[in-house]
Design a protein around this ligand. Structure first.
Ligand code: ADE
Ligand code: ZN
Length: 337
């Protein structure tokens, strides 16, 4: 049997990350910098953020408190450029050749940012990673906020000058019937964009089924609830449905007691077509490199498996053909070296 992948392999392989929220990539230090920049009273605003990045939360709502607190300080295009540049530098430092970032544009618009300046700041910040750190954007609507929020999101996307490749539904499953988002799904088709849905994260297996059958999701964010439904698991394996799995995030909101108890190992062994991502990395005390380390340590992936995982991720991305070919060539070159 081949040896498990070495740490040097995990660090150096050109990586692909499909499920990472820019809004969830604001570090604690940057949140505090921005709070001070805006003269937020430390006794009030800062206490929402300061020391609130434990990596573990009692539940999803606990995570959301810290996440929304950090996001409220990103108010100007300069703030967003800082967040995006820090993000891009971090991806470059991890040899992440392609990232698909989930971007909740409406949060920043509600914070007072003018849309054209917001997109320009985002482009400037993301460019800091350099040409080998390709980054595309998937714009999400928070499902709890309903159909009008989704429609407003689409209007922003239609007017945007930015490398947007998809739409996404995030937020708390079950807060709205999935049919609420049929127009959002139709808009993705009309605009030629990919479509992905967070499902089976805290919600039940039926939430994954509805995302596939009602909304025609092309990828599922998380999908870990499928482990509780043998028929659904069989279907995901048979149809090779792509699940963008974020282990530390699921543990961090209390869905699983440990990474060892997380379904990633069984998914891998059974042949679920999963990709690995970090979701909201500083909030869960992780990085993509760390997530891959966990999978290699717990499920025993080899160097070849690691290559398979990255090839699979770029093939499942919403990137254009030229980008996919360029990233695949980098992975192939690394594999042959
Ligand atoms: N928004 C940011 N992170 C999220 C997650 N893990 N689930 C749903 N919505 C999110
Ligand atoms: Zn997510």
């Amino acid at each position: 049997m081949a040896d498990r992948a070495s740490d040097a392999d995990i660090v150096s392989i050109p990586k692909v990350e499909l499920h990472i929220h820019l809004n969830g990539s604001i570090t604690e230090a940057t949140a505090l910098t921005l709070a001070r920049r805006h003269g937020v009273d430390p006794a009030e605003g800062l206490k929402l953020v300061d020391g609130r990045y434990p990596g573990r939360y009692p539940n999803f709502e606990g995570f959301l408190d810290a996440y929304l607190a950090a996001n409220q300080f990103v108010r100007t295009p300069d703030d967003l450029e800082l967040v995006a540049a820090e993000f891009a530098r971090g991806q470059a430092a991890q040899s992440i050749a392609y990232s698909e970032i989930i971007f909740t544009a409406m949060i920043f618009v509600r914070n007072g940012m003018e849309p054209a300046s917001m997109w320009a700041a985002l482009r400037r910040g993301l460019a800091v990673g350099g040409p080998d750190t390709r980054i595309s954007i998937v714009v999400d609507a928070i499902r709890d906020l309903g159909a009008e929020e989704a429609a407003a999101t689409v209007r922003l996307v239609e007017a945007a000058d930015a490398p947007i490749v998809g739409l996404c539904l995030t937020g708390i499953e079950g807060t709205m019937p999935v049919e609420t988002f049929l127009p959002f799904r139709a808009d993705a088709r009309r605009l030629g964009l990919g479509f992905t849905v967070h499902a089976g994260e805290m919600g039940p297996p039926e939430s994954v089924e509805a995302s596939l059958d009602v909304l025609g999701a092309e990828r599922i964010g998380h999908g870990v609830a499928a482990i509780r439904d043998p028929a659904l698991l069989e279907r995901l394996i048979r149809d090779q449905v792509v699940l963008d799995v974020c282990p530390s995030s699921n543990v961090g909101i209390g869905e699983y007691p440990s990474l060892e108890a997380h379904p990633m190992t069984e998914f891998w062994r059974r042949g679920v077509r999963m990709t690995i991502s970090s979701d909201d990395p500083p909030f869960f005390g992780t990085t993509l490199t760390d997530e891959l380390r966990h999978l290699v340590r717990i499920a025993g992936l080899t160097r070849g498996d690691l290559i398979t995982l990255q090839r699979r991720a770029i093939d499942a991305s919403f990137a254009d053909a030229a980008t996919r070919a360029a990233v695949r060539a980098r992975i192939d070159a690394w594999a042959d070296a």
